[in-house]
Design a protein around this ligand. Structure first.
Ligand SMILES: Nc1nc2c(ncn2[C@@H]2O[C@H](COP(=O)(O)OP(=O)(O)OP(=O)(O)O)[C@@H](O)[C@H]2O)c(=O)[nH]1
Ligand SMILES: [Mg+2]
Length: 262
C-alpha cells in the first residue's frame, strides 16, 4: 500500500456498503481512491445513481489533506468506457511519486467482486484468471498498462468479523462468501424477504406469479413447486429451490436489483 499512488477499491454496485472492507479504508488512509462500483449491469440503475451522488457528497466533505475519493460505476458490457473513465479519474486524482511519470495503482476489494475482470478490461487482454466463486486470485499480480500505469491485482480480502449480520447476508447472497460456508436456505430466505419487499414486480414476472406469496418461506416453496424442485413423495426440496433462486439473483435473471441504498 505505501508504494501506491492510487487505490482502485472495487465494490459491488448492488451493495457498495456491505462490500466495503473497513480494513482497506484503514490501510488506505489519506491516499486517493477510486471506488469502482462493479457489476453495475446487475444493479438497479436508479439506486446506483443515488450511490454515486452519495460518494460525491462524501468527497466534497472530505478532511483537509485527504486524497480525493471518486466513485464510478462500471460493467463488463461497456469495457471501452471503463478504460476511459479509469484513465481520466486516475489522471485527475493521482500524483505519480518516486520520480515516475505515470501512477501506480493497486486493485483491492472483497472476494468475487470483479477485481481480476477489471485488470483484464484495463489491460485489454486476459492476464488474470477470473471465476464466479470467491478466492480465484491467490497472489499479487502486477501488470503494465499501455498508458504506462502499473496495476496490481490482488486476492480478495475479507475482514475478521462482520459486525452487521444483514451485511453478512447480503455478501453471502451476492456470492462473496464461499457457498460451502453458508446455510444456503437462510441466505435464500433473507434474499426472498428483501426482494418481496423491494422488487415484487420483478419476482412476479420471473416466476410467473399472479399473486405474491405472503412471506419469504412461501415464496421459496412456490419457486420450488414451479421449478420442479421436488423430492420423492412430492415434497419440496428447499435446498434446490434456494439454489435456483440464488443463482437467478446472481446472474441477473430476476432483473436489475440493488440490495442497499445509501
Ligand atoms: N454481470 C457481470 N459480471 C461480472 C462483471 N465483472 C465481473 N463479473 C463476474 O464476477 C465474477 C468474479 O470476477 P473476478 O474478476 O474473478 O473477481 P475477483 O474480485 O478477482 O475475485 P477473487 O480473485 O476471487 O477475489 C466472474 O464470474 C465475473 O465474470 C460485470 O461487470 N458484470
Ligand atoms: Mg481475482
Amino acid at each position: 500500500m505505501p508504494a501506491q499512488d492510487v487505490v482502485l477499491e472495487v465494490l459491488d454496485a448492488r451493495m457498495p456498503r456491505a462490500s466495503e472492507n473497513p480494513v482497506v479504508s484503514e490501510l488506505r488512509g489519506r491516499k486517493p481512491c477510486v471506488k469502482v462500483l462493479s457489476k453495475s449491469d446487475l444493479a438497479d440503475p436508479d439506486v446506483t445513481r443515488l450511490w454515486l451522488e452519495h460518494f460525491e457528497a462524501l468527497d466534497a466533505a472530505r478532511a483537509e489533506g485527504s486524497g480525493r475519493v471518486v466513485a464510478i460505476a462500471v460493467t463488463t458490457e461497456r469495457a471501452a468506457e471503463t478504460r476511459k473513465r479509469i484513465a481520466e479519474v486516475c489522471g485527475a486524482i493521482a500524483t505519480p511519486t518516486r520520480g515516475r511519470k505515470t501512477a501506480r495503482a493497486m486493485i483491492v476489494g472483497i472476494p468475487n467482486v470483479g477485481k481480476s475482470t477489471l485488470v483484464n478490461t484495463l489491460a485489454k487482454r486476459k492476464i488474470a484468471n477470473v471465476g464466479d466463486e470467491p478466492a480465484v486470485t491467490k497472489s499479487e499480480q502486477v501488470v503494465l498498462l499501455e498508458n504506462g500505469m502499473t496495476l496490481s491485482d490482488n486476492p480478495g480480502i475479507m475482514w475478521p468479523k462482520i459486525e452487521d449480520p444483514s451485511g453478512g447476508l447480503r455478501l453471502a447472497f451476492g456470492g462473496a462468501i464461499p457457498d460451502a460456508a453458508l446455510d444456503y436456505e437462510s441466505v435464500a430466505l433473507f434474499g426472498a424477504g428483501l426482494l418481496l419487499e423491494r422488487y415484487p414486480a420483478l419476482l412476479a414476472k420471473r416466476y410467473k406469479l399472479t399473486t405474491l406469496p405472503a412471506d419469504a418461506d412461501a415464496l421459496l416453496d412456490e419457486i420450488g413447486r414451479r421449478r420442479g424442485c421436488l423430492r420423492s413423495g412430492g415434497k419440496i426440496d428447499r435446498h434446490k429451490a434456494a439454489d435456483v433462486f440464488i443463482h437467478d439473483f446472481r446472474t441477473g435473471a430476476i432483473g436489475r436489483i440493488s440490495l442497499e441504498r445509501p
